[in-house]
Design a binder for this molecule. Structure first.
Ligand SMILES: Cc1cc2nc3c(=O)[nH]c(=O)nc-3n(C[C@H](O)[C@H](O)[C@H](O)COP(=O)(O)OP(=O)(O)OC[C@H]3O[C@@H](n4cnc5c(N)ncnc54)[C@H](O)[C@@H]3O)c2cc1C
Length: 362
């Protein structure tokens, strides 16, 4: 019987596992895939969670954060305009290839029983819990579901939606990229481009290009890059440095932080619009928060029900507002052009409003 089983070895699962094991809990972390691996992601890590990330990584992996490319500026390319805004303090650009592996290794070295290639098939019970996995049945007093936004465990929530969005990503060689996250918006999607480095990679400078597009607009990254005139021109001289990766459909729904006594963290709780670049931060923060709430149950200060309630309340206060703000902004950016143009004019001429909107997505 484990104190805690965490399902999913991404930023949410590893942060939960590290937090709990450091407090003395007996923690099992299960991941169906293997690290390192590329993942569809803009790889923009917002400054709000850099201290938390530094605290989670063990000393041997600290250089990943220390040496990361910094992103002090964002540029929005939309309707022939360029909207620039300062990112203060600067964000970090960290390849998921390295970030997820570093968090996984930090969990293992902190004492978590961390098992890859072990898929959870189902969860039963209401505390203690029994998990049916590809490696047999396992039991725990508490469970955190951090299995991401597209897992067999969250299938009922994903359901069938009318809009189908895809995520596509690859790394390319580009001479002297600007230190900014450049977001190219077009009808039916957008593509983010920013400089990134890969540990042990070639010395030439590279960019990550990551697009979110409607399925009827593009099904490959090359098609997505061709949707925006300035991006098409910029990418003409790029040379691929990684194979393109794509995701299953992206579904937006209201966040849900708990289900049948199981705490939900990261994308499993809710998927935030990727263009705000806050998914990793929310995953780290919700994973840590979920573990902290459960620790009070594991120390017998709370019942499981009280711990779940505490998490639900904290999630609603601290994290849910980000979802509401970012979906409002996304809806504005996809407004018909006639309504969007005056808004863009306002933003272009009033940087304080852009800064305010950015702060609402943090
Ligand atoms: C197009 C796009 C661009 C994005 N860009 C950014 C960005 O620039 N910045 C940012 O902060 N965020 C970005 N995001 C969001 C970010 O990638 C996610 O929010 C983040 O990965 C969430 O972390 P997580 O740990 O919740 O989930 P994940 O990282 O998805 O981890 C979940 C893990 O659970 C495992 N798993 C699933 N099912 C099971 C099972 N049954 N048993 C065991 N293991 C299982 C999976 O293999 C996976 O490793 C982007 C997302 C998309 C789609």
């Amino acid at each position: 019987m484990y104190d805690l089983i965490v399902i999913g070895g991404g930023p949410a699962g590893t942060s939960a596992a590290i937090t709990a094991v450091r407090d003395g809990a007996r923690v099992l972390l299960l991941e169906r895939g293997r690290f390192p691996r590329h993942k569809v992601c803009g790889e923009f890590v917002s400054s709000e969670s850099l201290d938390l990330l530094a605290a989670l990584l063990d000393g041997a992996r600290a250089a990943l954060l220390h040496d990361a490319v910094r992103i002090p500026q964002a540029r929005l390319f939309l309707d022939g305009r360029v909207l620039e805004t300062v990112i203060q303090p600067p964000a970090a650009s960290i390849a998921r290839l390295n970030l997820d592996a570093a968090l996984w290794d930090s969990a293992a070295s902190a004492g978590v029983d961390a098992r890859q290639q072990t898929a959870v098939r189902s969860i039963s019970g209401s505390g203690p819990f029994r998990l049916a996995t590809s490696a047999g049945d396992l039991e725990a007093r508490a469970v955190i579901n951090a299995s991401g936004r597209w897992s067999n465990l969250n299938a009922a929530e994903n359901g069938t939606r009318r809009e189908k969005w895809l995520g596509l990503k690859a790394h390319f060689a580009e001479a002297s990229p600007t230190s900014s996250v450049d977001l190219y918006f077009f009808d039916g999607g957008y593509c983010g481009v920013q400089p990134v480095e890969v540990e042990g990679g070639r010395s030439e400078s590279r960019v990550n290009a990551c697009a979110m597009v409607r399925a009827e607009v593009a099904s490959t990254l090359a098609e997505a890059l061709a949707q925006h005139p300035e991006l098409r021109e910029r990418s003409r001289h790029w040379r691929p440095l990684s194979e393109p990766v794509s995701t299953s459909p992206l579904i937006f729904r209201d966040p849900q932080s708990e289900r049948d006594g199981v705490l939900m963290a990261g994308d499993a709780a809710g998927f935030v619009d990727p263009f705000v670049g806050d998914g990793i931060s929310l995953a780290l923060r919700s994973g840590t928060l979920a573990a902290r709430c459960l620790l009070r149950f594991l120390r017998s200060e709370f019942s499981l029900h009280e711990a779940a309630q505490d998490y639900r309340k904290s999630y609603e206060q601290q994290l849910a507002p980000v979802f509401r703000a970012s979906s409002k902004i996304r809806r504005t950016l996809v407004l018909p052009r006639v309504l969007r143009t005056p808004l863009l004019f306002l933003l272009e001429n009033t940087p304080a409003i852009t800064q305010y909107l950015m702060s609402k997505t943090r």
